[in-house]
Ligand binder design. Structure first.
Ligand SMILES: NC(=O)c1ccc[n+]([C@@H]2O[C@H](COP(=O)([O-])OP(=O)(O)OC[C@H]3O[C@@H](n4cnc5c(N)ncnc54)[C@H](O)[C@@H]3O)[C@@H](O)[C@H]2O)c1
Length: 359
């Protein structure tokens, strides 16, 4: 087990990577450098955590020979350039969600990773939670039975102060709206439980804020299993909740309402009868708690690097998530039901912007 040298780029969510992730794995990661264009933020961050090197230049980070991992925590519009540059100089890369803003760029990064020494791990830290893990276990072991229907609500609040940050709310720099920036986690959990998507019908709207991108959305999915899934998203909810609710043959499962920790315990598992109750209890009897969120994802990442095994979140996972986004945007824009998968000849493969705002 070796200690890997990390450079964090971007001091917003990068601080959570530090606090929850690297600080809980000091024997596996050493953050040697931090980079941000904002010097005040950079200095505060470096001082707070005693990080030896600080720079406003991403190129300088690329040139640091002793850095093993570049952790990209910048706004979405610069992810593609940073991830591809980091791969080119042989680094392993972590990248915040959303990885990039269209499927063509995801496929280019997948191709670049094949030729590179390093690999790319997208962030999906909501996957690390005991409630979500237990639900996944009940489904994978067959205890849950046939999936019927599921609903996911991402009801958050974001107002003018949030969108005052210049990169937010714009297609060029945020790359999408609340679907891309907020609900991406909930929808990743939902497809992680309900499987592959077959068709998508959706509507989007901008109703809460004066911004370019959507801040409300609904989508109806038919899954390859035949089950139905409904997604509802808004940043206009004064009580903030995230909720996943899944109806299976033998058990109904419901997350907590915690907006930013919906994967954590306690999920509610309601069995259909006493026999199902006994099977659920048996399946969960020896459940071993897992470290949550960034602590969980960074720990699993270190294990994968040590064993040279598959990364805990892959580019294929990011592609699946952005493929659903593409389908939702296309359905909303065209008023049609979209059939998956989405490949290179799809009209929104290179850009999912609404046609009236296409660059
Ligand atoms: N996983 C999660 O739960 C989660 C939560 C919040 C944000 N995010 C994602 O993290 C990313 C950043 O969001 P944020 O909320 O931290 O934004 P932010 O604006 O708070 O922070 C981004 C930082 O990046 C810096 N920056 C911008 N361009 C740069 C460049 N070229 N070189 C160096 N530094 C640069 C900015 O100065 C800023 O300090 C976004 O992709 C966002 O979607 C993820």
């Amino acid at each position: 087990m070796s200690v890997r040298n990390v450079a964090i780029v971007g001091c917003g969510i990068g601080r959570n990577h530090m606090l929850e992730g690297y600080n809980n794995h000091r024997d596996r990661f050493q953050v040697l450098a931090v980079c941000d264009l904002n010097e005040e933020r950079l200095n505060k961050f470096a001082d707070e955590f005693g990080i030896p090197r600080r720079t406003t230049s991403f190129d300088e980070v690329l040139g640091m020979a002793d850095i093993d991992i570049i952790d990209v925590c910048t706004p979405p519009g610069v992810h593609y350039a940073m991830v591809t540059a980091a791969l080119r100089v042989g680094k392993d890369v972590i990248c915040e969600k959303p990885l990039v803003g269209n499927l063509a760029q995801v496929d280019e990064i997948i191709a670049a990773e094949r030729e590179a020494r390093g690999r790319v791990m997208p962030i999906f830290q909501y996957r690390w939670g005991d409630g979500y893990g237990k639900a996944q276990h009940l489904i994978r072991t067959g205890v849950a039975g046939k999936p019927y229907l599921a609903t996911a609500e991402t009801s958050w609040f974001r107002g003018p102060d949030y969108y005052a940050v210049p990169w937010r709310g714009k297609w060029d720099t945020e790359l999408g709206g609340t679907l891309l920036t907020h609900a991406i986690h909930t929808h990743d959990l939902m497809t992680g439980l309900m499987g592959e998507v077959a068709t998508v019908s959706a509507e989007i709207a901008t109703r809460v804020n004066t911004i370019e991108v959507e801040d409300c959305a609904i989508a109806n999915l038919r899954m390859q299993s035949g089950a139905l899934v409904s997604l509802a998203v808004t940043v206009g909810s004064f009580e903030q909740i995230t909720r996943l609710r899944l109806c299976f043959e033998n058990v109904t499962m419901e997350s907590t309402l915690s907006p930013y920790n919906p994967g954590l315990d306690p999920w509610k598992f309601t069995p259909r009868d006493d026999a199902a109750k006994a099977r659920v209890e048996e399946a969960l009897r020896d459940w071993q708690p897992i470290p949550s969120r960034f602590q969980g994802q960074m720990g699993a990442y270190a294990d994968a690097l040590d064993s040279n095994g598959p990364l805990p979140v892959t580019l294929a996972d990011a592609r699946r998530s952005l493929e659903l986004l593409t389908a939702i945007y296309h359905s909303a824009d065209s008023g049609t039901r979209v059939t998956m998968p989405i490949s290179g000849d799809h009209p929104k493969y290179r850009s999912w912007r609404p046609t009236d705002q296409a660059a």
